[in-house]
Design a protein. Sequence first.
Length: 332
Amino acid sequence: MEDWVRSLFGLAGGLALFLYGMTTMSRALRQAAGERLRGFLSRVTRTPLTGALAGLAVTSILQSSSATTVMVIGFVSAGLMGLPQAVAVVFGANVGTTMTAQLVAFRLEDWVFPLLFIGVLVWSLARREPTRQLGLAVFGFGLLFDGIEVMSGAMAPLAVSPVFLRWMAEVRRAPLLGLALGTGMTLVVQSSSATIAVLQRAAQQAGPDGIHSVLGLAGALPILLGDNIGTTITAILAALGQPQDAKRTAAAHCCFNLSGSVVCLLALPWMTKLVEAVSPKGPELEIIARQIANAHTLFNGACTLVWLPLTPVMVKLVCKLVPEQERSGGER
């Protein structure tokens, strides 16, 4: 029991470092280029395609789809962006957020401390505020990977626990359980990037044979889909008390992730084969983190390709889901 407690505290501490690093990096980048990013978004969202590309670009920079979505909801609330443009930006933001999982799949253990040192050095010595914020962003990036390493170390003892192995076996056998697990984790943590990073590290733990993953790609994918569902809660919370179009933007985010997750869960064997086909070959424990990252990118990329031409359909759908409020006297 003592080992379990130590491992769980290590996992929680590593997750806290990851979240703090992610938040620090995103906040610093917003402060370094926030107004320019806002101006960029408002200028280039005239068509669904440019809106999606803008959402992808901004989220790739901020490393947070939640930050982009909340920004867009603020624009819609202020009347600076129409609903069709906002929906397209949200589609692109879902693709942009996959960059975090791709970065996590790289093995950057040797760069953690240099990144932390360089970040603090730039932040301390730079005179211009944007440069100082960039230094803080580098520090947050290093802290993010430090958290990943802490989580990896904490999970190693868990991987040989009979209780953990039985739990992972249940998840592998029951995709709906994995979907619920991923959704619940992201609802609690409020960051799909963090829960996907945890998933990547958990999947890298060896099973009883010491060769294959304790979870496997087929077991990891439902959890990944659940992570994508859970991340919609941030947009929902941001839209509370906002005008109807802001709520509709949040609803579009939910419809995007829910529809894609349901389809992918129903096509789980084919999705697993597709991810294996486009991912590097090699021992499972060495490539599964990249497979999960590629699955995340494929999921959001495919959903965007499907929904982007159907942006008017999505707009009509969310307008029905979130109708206009009746005014006094029964008028609309």
